[in-house]
Design a protein around this ligand. Structure first.
Ligand code: S3P
Length: 441
């Protein structure tokens, strides 16, 4: 496995575009595969996770083909038209592919066996199995909740009314996708509104989807069995990928970069407000709409960051950005405290534990607790000199690549391969802006 050495204190300068949004790319392939007719997708993220979704939808009968860089064509089978694959489907590292596709299978009368890599096989699937069983799907899973699992969906799906027990767009989306081939209204209730790409995209394809606020819950209702019209999706840049650039340029003195075409869905922009609360200098420019999503260019100039003890946003609006925010906190002046982050323990790795041990190895003082972490900022560079373990987690690898730029003795990331799941051009893109990164092995 290739390791990655991150060291240098050179300022980052220039203009960059990050690859397409991962959440939207998955959904563009899945939903187009259920439309009647041909859809085109541009700006698709060609990371391993999305390729796993493409392969799975192909295995279930859709035509999914690459025409050129980020440009794909999908010929759908129509809602109700998915077929049993003739082999096990391997979802690699991708929780989003797995959980959303489980939703699709639940209301199709097909049987599918799924597996994934060691990280994905350790992630809980009970959170989607429970509501999908109420739709009528049946499961046989390892230890009742892990991959590999075999599920059989039903052609007589029941529309469900489900309140999610945790803030999870994957769970919400899985239930809504199951509702696509159930007669009547499927309802999902959330205490905290999570990313709404599924709802926006289904609406654009002609489905009836309504979102309201009722008794302190955000409620989504979907009318089942729509005929989905093919649309041409333009995928904006991934704000979660851009977060690595925003933090890097904020913490490396003298930096001044512009990240173009970043998706600014209001349920995804928490990182922007969190960094601003720490004193970051980020200007939003050229706000516009692309493919039904708000988009902007972001200019980031280095700033002296200070610690933060209460975030101005709900954690769900930046759930994937905490690892790199912890790196910002490590170089900030003063102590930062982050709470309410129990969901980080069930991501590609236990991100609280893995970040805590990596940061400690780099000489950062901190305390980890059940649902969060307190980090004593160094007010500048961290000692570094450590080799950190990524545990098959792309965001851990990229976070320490950013921190290495502000480490006295650099940081070695044990395995750079997971970066391919979401941001295949990460190393070259950062080097192009002036970062010191070298792959080894
Ligand atoms: C995603 C939802 C989030 C996020 C993941 C992508 C999605 O997961 O962490 O990377 O595309 O719906 P949860 O739903 O588990 O919070």
């Amino acid at each position: 496995m290739p390791s990655l050495i991150s060291s240098s204190h050179a300022a980052l300068t220039g203009t960059a575009r990050v690859p397409g949004d991962k959440s939207i790319s998955h959904r563009a392939i899945m939903l187009s595969a259920l439309a009647v007719g041909k859809s085109e997708v541009t700006g698709l993220l060609e990371g391993e996770d999305v390729l796993a979704t493409a392969a799975a939808m192909r295995a279930m009968g859709a035509r999914v083909e690459r025409l050129g860089e980020g440009h794909w064509v999908v010929e759908g089978v129509g809602v109700g038209g998915l077929m049993t694959p003739d082999d096990i489907i391997d979802m690699g590292n991708s929780g989003t592919s797995t959980r959303l596709i489980m939703g699709l299978i639940a209301s199709h009368g097909i049987t599918v066996t799924m597996t994934g890599d060691a990280s994905l096989r350790g992630r809980p699937m009970g959170r989607v199995m429970v509501p999908l069983m109420s739709v009528g799907a049946e499961f046989k899973a390892r230890d009742d909740k892990y991959l590999p699992l075999t599920m059989t969906g039903t052609m007589d799906a029941m529309p469900t009314d489900y309140t999610t027990p945790m803030a999870s767009a994957q769970v919400k989306s899985a239930v809504l996708l199951a509702g696509l081939n159930a007669p009547g209204i499927t309802t999902v209730r959330e205490r905290v509104a999570t990313r709404d790409h599924t709802e926006r995209m289904l609406k654009a394809m002609g489905a009836e989807v309504h979102t309201t606020e009722e008794n302190g819950h955000f409620v989504v209702r979907l009318k089942g069995q729509p005929e989905l019209t093919p649309v041409n999706f333009e995928v904006p840049g991934d704000i979660s990928s851009s977060a690595f650039l925003l933090v890097a340029a904020s913490i490396i003195p003298g930096s001044d970069i512009t990240v173009e075409n970043v998706g600014m869905n209001p349920l995804r922009t928490g990182i922007f407000y969190a960094l601003q609360a720490m004193g970051a200098d980020i200007t939003i420019m050229h706000e516009r709409t692309l493919g039904g999503e708000p988009v902007a260019d972001l200019r980031v100039r280095a700033a002296k960051l200070k610690g933060v003890t209460s975030l101005p946003v709900d954690p769900s609006t930046m759930i994937d950005e905490f690892p790199v925010l912890f790196c910002a906190a490590a170089v900030a002046e003063g102590t930062s405290r982050f709470e309410g982050l129990e969901e980080l323990r069930v991501k590609e790795s236990d991100r609280l534990a893995v970040m805590a041990s990596g940061l400690k190895a780099c000489g950062v003082e901190l305390s980890e607790f059940e649902d969060g972490i307190e980090i004593k900022g160094r007010g500048g560079r961290v000692p570094g000199g450590a080799k950190v373990a990524t545990h098959l987690d792309h965001r851990i690898a990229m976070s320490f690549s950013v921190l290495g730029q502000m480490a006295e003795s650099g940081i070695t990331i044990d395995d750079a391969a997971p970066i391919q799941t979401s941001f295949p051009v990460f190393v070259d893109l950062l080097k192009g802006l002036g970062a010191g990164l070298e792959l080894e092995g």
